[in-house]
Design a protein around this ligand. Structure first.
Ligand SMILES: *[C@@H]1O[C@H](CO)[C@@H](O)[C@H](O)[C@H]1NC(C)=O
Ligand SMILES: *[C@@H]1O[C@H](CO)[C@@H](O)[C@H](O)[C@H]1NC(C)=O
Ligand SMILES: *[C@@H]1O[C@H](CO)[C@@H](O)[C@H](O)[C@H]1NC(C)=O
Ligand SMILES: *[C@@H]1O[C@H](CO)[C@@H](O)[C@H](O)[C@H]1NC(C)=O
Length: 498
């Protein structure tokens, strides 16, 4: 804000300066020394009541000429500050034309700088939300170390006598895919602490190869008995280790396409007719964050859990505040995906998402197949009826559309796994009560603490993740209350309550 106010103020100053200089170059009015005097002279003109102009026509003409892209490119003598400009003008006693030309160069230079600064700010926000804070890094390292030095940190999870429960459909099965130990611990703790019958809860934590040992160490040393926790790395799933796996192929391809996306990052930045936030969004699309196996994995739930009939899939940026077993009582009417809708609701800012918010309806392929006003739904807390899912072609459809998007140079959608999800689950969604999933706590802070407390599950979707510095401070306690800040690992890595 401060940055923009300053920038705006600078522009304003320049504007006032330009008008007053134009006046004094041309006319022989006494110099204005007060803002009030300036205002009297400039005011009517700004308001459009142009009293007979005394600005030379040539100035208007030059300032109105279309600016060529390379106007200031390679010119090193463009004045950088107001002072430089003024002293140059005084020294050379330029005519109105030279004055206008110089002025234009300066403005163009300034506009270019503002643009760059804006792009950088957008990217900075992106980096702030996708880089791993050093405390989390520390936690993973400490736990990995514990894993290699302490047998108690290498327990089989769950213990052998509980293994049959993993495939027993009389239990409540939850799936969490995460490479963030702290986030996973909050989800697991909040799930179990609020359960009425925790002994019937099974949480399957799926992680990647590098996070496996820290994750196993954490849950070995912090058991959530009587709930059953399974920690498994992706490479340990039979299904993924045998034969061709579409998700891996798709990711490889995604990487390749993204690296060439619209000519690569330098070509994206070079386009100076595009708005800064569009450029930043295109650069973001190149980020590996949107191509994580963890993000795509939910499309394979039926294959990953071949003996289960129903699971609830949880994102790692949520907090559970109620008993979730009633989710199994919801009649899904034969649908596959129980989700909250995101187009209706009290919060008109968060609840305004329709298909057109995610998919490019200027593209004929999208326009031909979908309704732009179809209500969107949310990932984060979904009931998946795997039995019903296995009777459909949802995963095929998903990959078909990923392929279409690659073919058309990512012009169907650019970011994330929700857009292909919206397409693949089209017609297979059962809408559940918004109580089960309150969204938006990571991208707007006008949800009050009291409101957030009434929801069954809260979701910090958006940039301001609760484990980052940029988290909204008034909402963070809802997450932080599930962390034991006296724990030796938490303390040792300086993870603090606020
Ligand atoms: C720059 O972006 C505009 C707007 O999207 C587009 O029309 C134009 O073709 C782009 N120019 C280049 C050189 O990529
Ligand atoms: C799934 O796809 C196969 C082959 O494309 C097709 O024969 C079958 O009818 C589809 N099933 C459903 C439920 O759409
Ligand atoms: C949307 O699709 C149109 C038509 O193919 C394409 O020109 C445009 O660049 C796409 N928009 C984005 C943001 O990719
Ligand atoms: C919530 O906050 C966002 C920005 O943080 C704002 O644009 C939006 O209008 C707000 N919504 C309401 C209902 O106040």
């Amino acid at each position: 804000m401060l940055f923009y106010s300053l920038l705006f103020f600078t522009f304003l100053l320049r504007f006032v300066f330009v008008l007053s200089t134009i006046d004094s170059i041309d006319g022989d009015h006494p110099k204005c020394s007060t803002i009030g005097c300036l205002g009297k002279r400039i005011g009517p003109r700004i308001l459009g009541r142009r009293i007979e102009s005394n600005v030379p026509e040539v100035i208007y003409r030059i300032l109105e000429e279309p600016v060529s892209k390379d106007e200031v490119l390679g010119k090193t003598d463009v004045p950088q500050t107001l002072q430089e400009f003024m002293s140059e003008m005084k020294q050379s006693r330029s005519d109105a034309k030279a004055f206008a030309l110089r002025l234009r160069e300066m403005i163009v230079l300034l506009e270019q700088r503002t643009r760059t600064a804006k792009i950088q700010e957008y990217l900075y926000r992106h980096v702030a939300s996708s880089s791993i804070p050093k405390q989390l890094h520390c936690l993973a390292l400490k736990l990995a170390n514990e894993h290699s030095n302490n047998a108690a940190a290498r327990l089989q999870l769950p213990s052998a006598e509980l293994v049959p429960a993993l495939v027993d459909n009389s239990y409540f099965h939850f799936v969490l895919a995460s490479d963030n130990v702290l986030a996973a611990s909050v989800v697991a703790t909040s799930l179990v602490k609020n359960a009425l019958r925790p002994e019937k809860f099974v949480l399957h934590i799926i992680t990647d190869r590098k996070t496996y040992s820290p994750m196993q160490a954490w849950f070995s040393l912090h058991p959530l008995d009587p709930a059953i926790i399974e920690v498994k790395a992706l490479h340990q799933f039979d299904w993924l280790s045998k034969g061709k796996v579409p998700v891996l192929e798709a990711m490889e391809k995604d990487q390749r396409v993204r690296s060439q996306f619209r000519g690569g990052s330098s070509a994206i930045v070079a386009n100076n007719t595009e708005k800064p936030q569009v450029i930043a969004a295109k650069l973001q699309a190149l980020s590996p964050k949107y191509n994580s196996l963890m993000n795509h994995i939910r499309i394979h739930l039926p294959e990953l859990f071949p003996s289960l009939n129903k699971v609830v899939f949880l994102d790692d940026d949520i907090v559970i505040q109620t008993d979730l077993s009633p989710l199994w009582d919801i009649d899904m009417n034969g649908k596959v995906n129980g989700a909250v809708e995101t187009c209706r609701g009290e919060d008109s800012f968060v609840m305004s998402k329709r298909f057109k918010s995610y998919l490019n309806f200027s593209h004929p392929l999208i326009a031909r197949n979908f309704d732009p006003n179809e209500c969107a739904w949310a990932y984060g807390m979904n009931i998946f009826d795997l039995e019903a899912w296995r009777k459909t072609n949802i995963s095929l459809t998903y990959y078909h559309w990923l392929e279409e998007n690659f073919k058309s140079d990512l012009s169907l959608w650019q970011l994330g796994t929700l857009p292909p999800g919206l397409i693949a689950f089209y017609g297979h969604v059962h809408v559940i009560d918004p109580f089960w999933h309150m969204l938006g706590l990571g991208y707007q802070d006008n949800t009050t603490l009291a409101d957030a407390e009434t929801a069954g599950v809260i979701h910090f979707n958006g940039r301001a993740k609760p484990w980052l510095d940029i988290a909204f401070p008034q909402l963070r306690p809802l997450w932080a209350k599930y962390i034991d800040f006296s724990d030796k690992f938490i303390k040792g890595c300086h993870i603090r309550a606020s």
